[in-house]
Design a protein around this ligand. Structure first.
Ligand code: PSU
Ligand code: MN
Length: 305
């Protein structure tokens, strides 16, 4: 769906025209997910991983009243340096941020929708939003999930972070008809860890098998995402037991400080990163790069159909 707000970088435009593989990347991970300057460094390194794998990277953000598909190094630097001053944009924020000419970093939900407008079918991130712990009272369920129900872009993640209620998130994904497939193992991963205590609903062992499942889904008219869960490389893993105490502390802080709504996820991510020191940040960076390798291979395999 093209529109006057959509601005596609010429290199991305050309690749799409030539039906070459393109991989979308989100920008909230840069502005709200990691500290400066490692966020910008990581964004550039992830783009390089995608190029080395034979696809064109396309980071998505809202700048100067446009939905930008593909950013240059200056734009990445600006987004990364401005950190939390940048608007965190999920679907409901898009019209406001666009029409007010604000700088916006897109979440999984908003990135998927913009990628889809441009015709991109594969999107690489770290972790998705989901059903929060205590959602039975707060009703805090990320728009990432409902967006995945109807936008046909595959999302490559390292599973679901255990700041969320992983069991309820998997149930919700099932309700919405979203295939959840783990790459190469039976355990569903939980971002920092290759396991979560839950078994994966589906397992596939190659990028081409994942691409052929995407083709089957979309060709028969089942719109919506495929969630790919790619376990963090074992050398960077943090055990669920170790991370859990930091999560409980961060949740407690969030409650005490009355953190609500869109602030919850960035607050938890930031608090946990601070309290675990470098270890969780190293894991975070390693898993995003690892996801970029798999996402690129999926995108290359998908582009041959
Ligand atoms: N989970 C992570 N890392 C992240 C996010 C979630 O492990 O960076 C970001 C993503 O941009 C995701 C957003 O789309 O947070 C979800 O926010 P919310 O829970 O407010 O929907
Ligand atoms: Mn929320």
């Amino acid at each position: 769906m093209t529109n006057s707000y959509l601005h596609i970088h010429p290199e991305v435009q050309q690749a799409l025209k030539d039906q070459k593989p393109v991989v979308a990347l989100e920008s909230t991970i840069i502005s709200h997910g990691m500290p400066y300057p490692r966020n910008v460094q990581t964004a550039l390194e992830v783009e390089k991983v995608i190029r080395d794998g034979g696809a064109i990277p396309s980071t998505i953000a809202i700048l100067d009243g446009k939905l930008c598909v593909g950013l240059n190094a200056d734009q990445l630097e600006k987004l990364g340096k401005s950190g939390h001053e940048v608007w965190k944009v999920s679907l409901r924020d898009m019209p406001y941020v666009l029409s007010q000419n604000l700088m916006g970093a897109t979440t999984v939900a908003a990135t998927m929708r913009i990628a889809s407008m441009a015709g991109i079918r594969v999107f690489v991130t770290g972790g998705i939003g989901g059903v929060h712990r205590g959602a039975e009272d707060s009703m805090d369920i990320s728009a990432d999930l409902t967006e995945m129900a109807h936008t046909s872009v595959a999302v490559v993640s390292a599973g679901v972070k255990s700041i969320l209620d992983i069991g309820r998130t998997l149930e919700y994904l099932e309700t919405l008809g979203i295939p959840v497939v783990t790459y190469g193992q039976d355990a569903f991963p939980s971002f920092y860890s290759s396991r979560s205590g839950f078994k994966t609903p589906l397992r596939l062992d190659s990028a081409s098998d994942i691409a052929s499942m995407m083709k089957a889904k979309w060709e028969i008219g089942l719109d919506g995402s495929v969630l790919v869960a790619n376990p963090v490389p074992s050398e960077f893993e943090v055990t669920p037991e170790e991370i859990e105490k930091h999560i409980l502390k961060a949740l407690d802080d969030a409650n005490r400080l009355g953190i609500r709504g869109k602030e919850v996820t960035p607050f938890l991510l930031k608090t946990i990163a601070e309290n675990t020191g470098g270890e969780s940040l190293d894991a975070n960076i390693a898993l995003v790069k690892n996801n970029a390798v798999l996402g690129t291979a999926i995108s290359v395999a998908f582009s041959t159909w």
